[in-house]
Design a protein around this ligand. Structure first.
Ligand code: HPA
Length: 271
């Protein structure tokens, strides 16, 4: 079977069981617990969904949970496939395709990211105003599937102004300081060198991570409205005189998850 049929098969299975959720959220490193807060939930392990790639990274659970939150019908994806795992970008974005073909209109992408801008301290939540794709590839490479979208889709507003405003209003209501910035996606899995971080700062990046951008591009290809929020888990390489490690990233993400969950719930309640 071809890719499009695989996406349709998985979307039809989910739609047949729970219908079309209003919003989908992809939960980044350390934030997977959020999926457990949905009520009246139906859950699938990724391994039980046809064609769905497994997520093998520590801190990523690999579960699709669909249920109710803030009075909305939502899908939470706990865990995602990454480019650095060796998947091609079509595999990385399979879940996003399914979400789009399910008919979901709003996609919230979250991630853990390093603070390239020294003003972004660990624990900061940053609304993605835009991105820079340094993955060296694009998920739309290859023959275009016209049933998904255009050959040359516009990317002048990947992250919806309306959704960014909803995030700001929610943060204001909750007295939660929130930052805005540019996210740059790199291939990984090695963390960056200090010289690379200086380069990323020079080209206008505020935060660096290894996910989100392929999903955002594919969502826009399908006309899905996107919000991106980064949890700054560490100062990027070379900012502090200490090495980076995944445990630190996970620990900070866990510390922030209460605030992050409240922000997400508040945003969803506004949509
Ligand atoms: N670099 C790349 N990806 C990351 C980082 C980082 O410093 N922190 C969390 N994800």
């Amino acid at each position: 079977m071809d890719y499009y049929s695989n996406v349709e098969e998985t979307a039809a299975l989910i739609r047949g069981k729970v219908g079309t959720p209003h919003v989908a959220i992809v939960l980044g490193s350390g934030l997977g617990d959020f999926a457990n807060t949905l009520r009246d939930a139906t859950a699938w392990s990724y391994g039980d969904l046809p064609h769905w790639p497994a997520s093998n990274v520590i801190g990523h659970e690999g579960r699709l949970v669909i249920g109710t939150l803030a009075g909305r019908h939502i899908a939470a994806l706990s865990g995602r496939a990454h480019f650095y795992e060796g998947h091609d970008l079509r595999t990385v974005t399979f879940a996003t395709r399914v979400i789009g073909r399910l008919g979901v209109k709003v996609l919230i992408l979250t991630n853990a990211a390093g603070g390239v801008n020294v003003k972004l301290k660990p624990g900061t939540l940053m609304v993605m105003d835009d991105h820079i794709n340094l993955l060296g590839s694009n998920p739309l490479v290859g023959p275009n599937e016209d049933r998904f979208g255009l050959r040359f889709p516009d990317m002048s507003e990947v992250y919806s102004k309306r959704l960014r405003a909803a995030a700001d209003e929610t943060a204001r209501d909750q007295d939660l300081p929130i930052a805005h910035g540019i996210y740059v996606a790199v291939h990984g899995p090695s963390y960056e060198t200090p010289a690379e971080i200086r380069f990323l700062r020079t080209i206008g990046a505020d935060a660096v991570g290894m996910s989100t951008v392929p999903e955002a591009i594919v969502a826009r290809h399908m006309g899905v409205e996107v919000l991106g929020i980064s949890c700054i888990t560490n100062a990027a390489a070379g900012v502090l005189p200490q090495p980076l490690n995944h445990e630190e990233v996970m620990a900070v993400a866990r510390q922030v998850r209460g605030r992050f969950a409240a922000l997400l719930e508040g945003i969803i309640g506004r949509l």
